[in-house]
Design a protein. Structure first.
Length: 304
C-alpha cells in the first residue's frame, strides 16, 4: 500500500455548508419507499414464478430475490447510520423487523461492528479487515468459492461457525428468537396464500445461494486491493453499475462505497448525486473507481 501524496480529506473539505445541509437531510418517505420496493420486488419475483413455473423462472427468481435480500442488508446498513428514517425509533424498528431479522441479522450488533469499521477503515483495528486481506487470490480459488456460494456450502459453513459462537442454548435462543419470529411470520403469510413451498424455494434457497455470492462480491469490491489505506479517496472503491448489476448485485446505490465512507451522513439515495458533485469538483482522478464488477474480479484474481 502506498502513502498518499495528498492530505486526507474530510466532508468539510469538499462540501460547502449548504451542500452539507442538503446531503445530510433524511426523508422518511424515501426510506419507506425503499423498504417497500425491496419487498414488492421479492413478491413480484415469487408471483412470476407461481404463474409461470419453470427452471428458467426459478433461477431468475432466485437471483432477483437473493439480490433483494442483499438489498435488505443495504437498508439495514442505512438504518445503522440513522439514515433510513429521521425518527430514531421508526428507523430502528422498521429496519430491525423488515430488513435485518428476515435475513437473520441483528441491527444493534451490526451497528456496533460497522461503526468500528468506519472509524478504523483498512487499519489493523478494522473488524472487517479480514474480508479484504486475503486478496489477490488465484482465479481457480475465486471461482471455487463462487461454486461453494451457489451450492450452499458457504451458508452451511457460516451456520456451523455461528453454532460454535454460542455459549449456551439460552444465548443461542436470545440471538435467534428475532429471526425465527420474522421468518415464521413470512412463512405464515405465504401459507395463508396457499404458497408455503415458496418459503423454501424462493426465500431460503436464494438466501443460501445467490445472497452468499452477492455478499462475497460486495466484500471484495469495497476494499480489496485498494491502493492507499490512509486516503479516503483510495482506501475504498466505487464501482460503476448498470441496470443488471443494480438489479442482481448492487441494489440501492451500494456501489458508491467511496462516497459513503467520505460522506457517511449521506442517505444512500443521494450517493449518486454526491459522486457527480465530487467529480465536478475535480476529485475524479484521485478516486478509486472500477468500471464494473467484472473489472473488480479481474483485479483481485490477478494471480494464477
Amino acid at each position: 500500500m502506498s502513502s498518499s501524496a495528498n492530505p486526507p480529506l474530510a466532508a468539510g473539505d469538499v462540501l460547502t455548508l449548504p451542500e452539507l445541509r442538503y446531503f445530510q437531510r433524511v426523508s422518511g418517505l424515501r426510506g419507506a419507499a425503499l423498504v417497500a420496493h425491496a419487498w414488492v420486488t421479492i413478491a413480484a419475483a415469487m408471483i412470476v414464478y407461481s404463474i409461470w413455473p419453470s427452471a428458467l423462472t426459478l433461477v431468475a427468481a432466485i437471483a432477483v430475490i437473493g439480490g433483494r435480500q442483499f438489498g435488505l442488508v443495504v437498508l439495514m446498513h442505512e438504518a445503522a447510520h440513522w439514515r433510513l428514517f429521521p425518527h430514531p425509533k421508526a428507523n430502528d424498528r422498521i429496519a430491525r423487523w423488515l430488513c435485518a431479522l428476515p435475513i437473520g441479522a441483528e441491527l444493534s450488533s451490526y451497528r456496533r461492528r460497522h461503526h468500528l469499521h468506519h472509524r478504523y477503515a483498512r487499519q489493523p483495528e478494522d473488524p472487517d479487515l479480514v474480508l479484504s486481506a486475503p486478496f489477490p487470490v488465484t482465479r481457480a480459488t475465486f471461482w471455487w468459492r463462487v461454486v461453494r456460494d451457489l451450492t450452499g456450502v458457504t451458508a452451511a459453513a457460516r451456520v456451523l461457525e455461528a453454532r460454535r459462537r454460542y455459549e449456551s442454548a439460552s444465548a443461542a435462543w436470545r440471538e435467534l428468537r428475532g429471526p425465527v419470529a420474522a421468518n415464521l411470520a413470512l412463512l405464515g403469510v405465504l401459507a395463508g396464500l396457499g404458497q408455503w413451498r415458496l418459503y423454501v424455494l424462493l426465500w431460503l434457497l436464494p438466501l443460501v445461494t445467490w445472497y452468499q455470492l452477492v455478499t462475497r462480491i460486495r466484500n471484495l469490491a469495497e476494499h480489496a486491493l485498494t491502493p492507499d489505506a490512509e486516503d479516503p479517496l483510495r482506501n475504498t472503491r466505487t464501482v460503476a453499475a448498470g441496470l443488471v448489476a443494480r438489479l442482481l448485485v448492487a441494489p440501492y446505490w451500494v456501489n458508491y462505497h467511496l462516497e459513503h465512507h467520505l460522506l457517511v451522513f449521506v442517505p444512500c439515495w443521494k450517493l449518486r448525486e454526491a459522486h457527480a458533485l465530487l467529480v465536478a469538483k475535480g476529485y475524479g482522478p484521485r478516486m478509486e473507481i472500477a468500471t464494473g464488477y467484472a473489472d473488480v474480479i479481474r483485479r483481485v484474481t490477478a494471480v494464477g
